[in-house]
Design a protein around this ligand. Structure first.
Ligand code: 3PY
Length: 269
């Protein structure tokens, strides 16, 4: 069971994506059809205004309507769990049952927390994910739920966010956790957790050197490394540096930018 993001990672190509913070099937579809070069779209149920149920499912349907059977951008759900294992289980279950091809778990600070996230994301024996949704296999273009159960453990991407001081201290252990596919750097939370101002748009040089260490720690353990950017310029630099998964822009960010730049052209500014 493959999908665009998994294919880009297997081919060692930088996988560029976009961030959704607003709900709605047609909103998600508009973003998904913006470019055939989008490998993934994050549906943000942490800070975005998208509910896990039914919001994430609607966004996934919108994204998947653009190109059938996993050929379009892979829908990835960022759950709102903050590394607290007990509360993350149901969020991950809802996100994956809604058809997500991967999850992003924010604020992971220890290897133990990362292990819980992996366990919640995989069916036994690899993990403890429960089985039973009558909808998910169809969203993956499969005929039966048995096929979904038998094949998705290796296709669902588990991404943990490194964005706390404690997460940085434990990054090597977190990177070594079996089943963690991606370490995802959140430059904003990382900066404020370390006592620096938020990136504007680039992180403080001290934070930047920690970002590079997280990149190295990920690759040293054979894991992929992702980072959140807010522009194509930043994203291109991150791709050159060796990041594997790169957010380029968000729905709200590019809408505001697009409207304000068109308006200034109209006003002759
Ligand atoms: C951060 O930069 O803190 C993120 O998690 C990206 O939204």
């Amino acid at each position: 069971a493959s999908h665009s993001l998994l294919q880009a990672l297997k081919a060692n190509k930088p996988a560029f994506g976009a961030w959704l913070t607003l709900p709605g099937l047609f909103h998600a579809r508009t973003v998904a059809q913006a470019s055939p070069h989008l490998s993934w779209i994050a549906i943000d149920c942490e800070h975005g205004l998208i509910s896990l149920v039914p919001g994430a499912a609607e966004s996934i349907a919108g994204i998947q309507g653009v190109r059938p059977n996993g050929a379009g951008p892979s829908p990835i759900v960022r759950v709102s769990a903050t590394g607290i294992a007990v509360s993350s289980s149901w969020q991950i279950k809802n996100a994956l049952d809604a058809g997500a091809r991967g999850i992003i778990a924010p604020m992971i600070s220890t290897a133990a927390q990362a292990k819980q996230i992996v366990a919640d994301s995989r069916f036994p024996p690899a993990g403890r994910r429960g089985f039973g949704s009558p909808f998910t296999h169809g969203l993956w273009g499969m005929e039966t739920s048995a096929e979904y159960l038998d094949t998705v453990n290796d296709s669902v991407l588990v991404m943990v966010q490194i964005e706390t001081k404690e997460g940085v201290e434990n990054v090597r252990e977190i990177a070594q956790v079996d089943g963690v596919d991606v370490l995802f750097i959140g430059p904003y939370d990382l900066s404020i957790s370390l006592g620096y101002p938020k990136p504007s748009p680039d992180p403080h040089p001290d934070v930047e050197s920690i970002i590079q260490k997280i990149l190295q720690a990920s690759h040293a353990s054979g894991k992929k490394c992702a980072i959140f950017c807010t522009s194509g310029t930043q994203a291109a630099i991150r791709a050159k540096e060796g990041f594997d998964i790169i957010n380029v822009t968000s729905d709200t960010g590019s809408m505001s930018e697009g409207i304000s730049s068109q308006l200034s052209i109209a006003l002759g500014n």
